[in-house]
Ligand binder design. Structure first.
Ligand SMILES: NC(=O)c1ccc[n+]([C@@H]2O[C@H](COP(=O)([O-])OP(=O)(O)OC[C@H]3O[C@@H](n4cnc5c(N)ncnc54)[C@H](OP(=O)(O)O)[C@@H]3O)[C@@H](O)[C@H]2O)c1
Length: 274
């Protein structure tokens, strides 16, 4: 598993982590992922999966980097502290490695939220502070509201079909040493014909997926591995796919440790144009 630096923290994290939104796989897929080096687990108070994560990491906590999130509706000072306390209890740990603000909330002054986030760090309950779904302006405001800590990551929607962040958020993050954590890297499964539901119906099953299939053939990898590798190959970006299955978790972990050729990247970039 290739590692990347978590922004200014200097901590190294795997380029493929484990997402847990709508996760119902129990301990096994997460434990297998950890064995394979996917030692970053992403959860959130919103997902109601912190307890499952807690069970999966029992006894191996020191091997895992735990990222969770406070809801955008819990960003008042006291609410942040309460939410962190609840997450710590559900996860069964005494420190959250990365605490992220799930969504910006313009009705709460960012200075108030960041004061609480920094208090959690100084109290030893949180290692590093991250954000999610923050625009460039949101990140600038959040960073200026902090006294002693850098924002180390921004978790955003990013995959072959959703590349808007390439215009502004990703370049800004690179310039300011903020790691990008790409969520829904498989477009909720729709990129690889899985996941059912809304996104699959909305898909244009066209030439772009043909190119993905061709490159999977050429590399001897699966379409999911190609799609994840395309994300994780980018400077300062990691991917956090979610899977309820051990087999697909193994498949996703094997998306690291090799690289697409420049020509293959270009063909994907062209087929899935922004
Ligand atoms: N910050 C935010 O606002 C936000 C928003 C969305 C997501 N996230 C985070 O990002 C994580 C990942 O995003 P996501 O869960 O939305 O979508 P995703 O990882 O892009 O896709 C998950 C879907 O793909 C399927 N899948 C996984 N691996 C596969 C493979 N190798 N082949 C075929 N299908 C595969 C899964 O099914 P199975 O489970 O059946 O394998 C599931 O249906 C979340 O779990 C969460 O931690 C954050």
């Amino acid at each position: 598993m290739e590692l990347k630096r978590l922004g200014a923290s200097g901590v190294m994290v795997p380029e493929i982590g484990l997402g847990t939104w709508r996760y119902s796989g129990g301990s096994e897929p997460l434990r297998r992922g950890i064995e394979l080096g996917a030692t970053l687990i992403d959860t959130a108070e919103m997902y109601r999966t912190e307890d499952q994560v807690g069970e999966a990491i029992a006894g191996i906590r020191e091997q895992v980097f735990i990222a969770t999130k406070v809801l955008g509706s819990n960003l008042r000072y006291d609410a942040v502290l309460r939410a962190a306390d609840k997450s710590l209890r559900l996860l069964g740990i005494d420190k959250i490695d990365l605490y992220q603000i799930h969504w910006p909330n313009p009705s709460v002054p960012i200075t108030e939220t960041m004061r609480a986030m920094e208090r959690l760090v100084s109290d030893g309950l949180v290692g590093y502070i991250g954000v999610s779904n923050f625009s460039v302006e949101d990140m600038m405001d959040a960073q200026s509201a902090m006294q002693n800590n850098p924002i180390v990551s921004n978790q955003i929607l990013y995959n072959l079909r959703r590349r808007r962040a390439e215009r502004d958020v990703i370049p800004y993050c690179r310039e300011h040493d903020i790691m990008v954590m790409a969520y829904s890297p498989l477009h909720e499964g729709a990129l690889v014909g899985n996941g059912g539901g809304r996104l699959r119906r909305a898909l244009r099953l066209g030439g772009d997926q043909q190119v993905l299939a061709e490159i999977a053939d050429e590399t001897g990898k699966t379409a999911a591995q190609v799609a994840l590798n395309w994300v994780a190959d980018q400077e300062g970006v990691i991917a956090i796919p979610k899977s309820n299955s051990v087999a697909r978790t193994e498949e996703n972990c094997a998306a690291s440790g090799w690289r697409l050729t420049a020509d293959q990247r270009q063909r994907l970039d062209r087929a899935f144009a922004v």
